[in-house]
Design a protein around this ligand. Sequence first.
Ligand code: B12
Ligand SMILES: C[S@@+](CC[C@H](N)C(=O)[O-])C[C@H]1O[C@@H](n2cnc3c(N)ncnc32)[C@H](O)[C@@H]1O
Ligand code: SF4
Length: 530
Amino acid sequence: MNICLINPWLANKEQLDTDGFIPNNYSHIGLGYIKSALEQVGHEVTLIDMRLQQLDKEGIKKTISENNVRVVGITSYSYNLTPTISICRFIRRTFPEIFIVAGGFHPTLATNDAANMINADCFVLGEGEETMKELVFAIDNNYNWHNINGIAYLNESRELVVSEPRELIPNLDLLPFPYRMPSLNTAVVIPSRGCYGKCKFCSSNAFFRTCTGKRVRRRSPENVVEEIITIVKEHDIEFINFYDDNFAVSSKKDREWFDKFHSLLIEENINTKICVLMRPNEVINSESVINKFIQVGLRRVFLGIESFNQNQLDFYDKNLTVEQAIEAIKTISNMNVDLYISLVLFDPRVTIDEMIDNANKLKSVRKLFNEHFIIKPLNWVLIAYEGTGVRDYVVDKGLYTITNEIYYNFLNSDIQELYNSRVKWFQEVKMFSGWSDWFYTKNNCSESIKQRLLNFYDELFLLDLDALLYSCYMAKNGALGSDIFNHTFDKYGDRLNHLKCLYGKLDEELLGYLTYTSSTKWLQSQNHHN
Ligand code: B12
Ligand SMILES: C[S@@+](CC[C@H](N)C(=O)[O-])C[C@H]1O[C@@H](n2cnc3c(N)ncnc32)[C@H](O)[C@@H]1O
Ligand code: SF4
């Protein structure tokens, strides 16, 4: 049967251009897995990545018409629900006979909402490889598909029906390698699925908990290395992003896994640059493993630090102390590997004193700045995704402004005023978020530009924190958002203008080096080619 899988466009073009650290060049691996699984049992599958291919609805229409498609599968996140709704509506109108399936994080975690908003015949919950194969088999043979595990649909009375949960795939080695679109110079590999963490804000934690079966599953080192070899041979790849939720190295079992993986990389003489995501606690006492990894290509570690305030960490159920967080940062920044940390400033219940504590500690962390470790500031707000504990908290406290929105009011009115002022401040500094990928850039630019960039980031970080602390004290004294912003701007406007000037000069000199720019160039060449 002919099937078309779609990764929708983002909410708007501005989001695409200001994704900050996110290069716009990843092929959607979740859909890549579904495509390979369906092809393995003989189906013809076309994958449309609207973002990567810069395709609009007409592009979808053309692909569906040319390929005689009977089933469309669309992936849906909470952050791009609006385009998902609009694309499904368009497909329904243009091709009423096509069976539409929606899967991914939003249908899994907000099934009722997804079913009522997205015009699809069936929603796949949890991991989709097996469910989609069974669904397509049933449709192909005119069998009843309503009893398949891991799905939901609206019945004739528009009531939501949810079938038995689908078990998580126990042995990931049995899956065929995911299809990947040719993309610039970066590939995503998923060596494991699931995480032992219980973070209250985390959709991934919530997603895997909706399913039955073992949550954390790691592919064998042999299987991961075989995929890497395939990627390196078939695609012109410079970076490989390991998107495990947590690349674990701390337990005895993890270290045995790593030793095998390490020896295979050496045996196969693989030379690539690898980035991993890790919980900070994994790093502590793991220097020797990480150093070994650096020898075979580890180039960047991403740590979810979240906050330097213990109350915030505790509210998130991060199971981490501030001391551990700082130790993890120190450990990595002393190594020959780049460090990226993820932070949250605002959450539904944060107080001004906690915010001040967090900002002051952040400022002290700046002392660790070096070419491996810089922090890009700007606005970090905890999002209350459906299915998470933070969402439950927000609902419980009646903090929602609009139903089905991920945004909320803050419990504390001074934080609300501070936030309102920061939204305006962000308008002033958001131009800087276009600096896509320092870690990539610095390896490609001259020593003098590198130094100027480092100074620029340092000044930007300090300015943002000084402005934040100043705003916090005003909010603590009961000032309103617009006053907080105006006074902060009066005080820091000159420093901001100085940075804008620096930015303008660096921007011109750096055009050739940014991944952001090169991926834009690549997209243009693809369009030209088409
Ligand atoms: C890689 C990744 C990225 C990459 C690439 C994203 C991409 N679209 O490919 C980058 C770095 C670009 C990225 C960015 C962001 N991400 Co991200 N990212 C991930 C990560 C770590 C892995 C995704 C992945 O490849 N998983 C492995 C594959 C196999 O799983 P999958 O894609 O979910 O697909 C499976 C099932 O969901 C299902 N399925 C999915 N779609 C469909 C469709 C059909 C038809 C069917 C049948 C089944 C099905 O079957 C698949 C196979 O089993 C996840 C966390 C996670 N554990 O998944 C977060 C995650 C998806 N990201 C998230 C977020 C919030 C973001 C950002 C908004 C972060 C930010 N603040 O900027 C941005 C937005 C990106 C953008 N603007 O497009 C959230 C989404 C929350 C939500 N509820 O929607 C997640 C869950 C992280 C989290 N802990 O909350 N991300
Ligand atoms: C893959 S984790 C980082 C690595 C590792 N799993 C960890 O938690 O330390 C993803 C990061 O995205 C951020 N994040 C996840 N869910 C979020 C949400 N709902 N709102 C804001 N940021 C979020 C958090 O900072 C989190 O650390
Ligand atoms: S450790 Fe990271 S991936 Fe795991 S639950 Fe917490 S935020 Fe999510």
